[in-house]
Design a protein around this ligand. Sequence first.
Ligand code: GUN
Length: 282
Amino acid sequence: MTIVLDGKSLALKIRQELKQKVEEQAVKPGLVVLLVGEDPASQIYVRNKERAANEVGFHSVVERLPETTTQEELLEKIKTLNEDDAIHGILVQLPLPKQIDSQTVLEAIIPEKDVDGFHPVNLGKLLQKDESIVPCTPKGIIRLLEEYKIDLTGKEMVVIGQSTIVGRPMALLGLNRGATVTVCHSRTKDLEKQIARADIIISAVGKPNLVLREHVKKGAVIVDVGINRLESGKIVGDVDFDGVKDQVSAITPVPGGVGPMTIAMLLEQTYLNACKRENIYE
Ligand code: GUN
């Protein structure tokens, strides 16, 4: 029987636990999301983050800035938030408009308030096996695999996609847990051959039907990070879910798999930052 890795339920459980902890602790975690411009997908993501942060009882602020915002204006805003004691997490929604250099902006957030885990200090720590603040999507994937007792030690893990948000940190988290990791990307010569070797496949590309039944080893575990909207309006991942379902031992659905876990990890990260700041030991 194939296990469907239910990120939606686990995320709900994590959020309920967080809500209770926030009620019990003498700390109100503060999260600011900065959204610059009108990117439609970003607007949906930010709304979901805002709603989730409110539900668990955080001090939740979304600042919507115009498309024409300059880099200096955004940096000034971040400087103020870095110094604001009520704020424990600062998230700048990506992508940013062309006139703003994302890297400069991400580096301006002090590492202690970097809830995305994109600051070079936090990414550098991850490289050294210090996982105190790591990007939310790969962190959520690890948590989901742990929940279903899927061990990575000695497994062949194939990560498709090499982004800083998912692929690269995912590879490091896998490596830290004893997986043998292969990272595939647009220049990989024989992607199908790599997929066929995998015990665990993590696909984070954004291309429907990238992973098909005939590519996948029997009993493999698939984590689908893709979110693709078909012309019909249906949301699908990178994997042909119905095709591979009987071939694999476990698989995440889209939607309801990785997506909700990302938000749950963002909230958890903000909560942990707040505890550290207020010297509460978790
Ligand atoms: N844009 C798409 N995914 C993300 C994410 O995880 N964090 C931020 N800040 N922007 C994103």
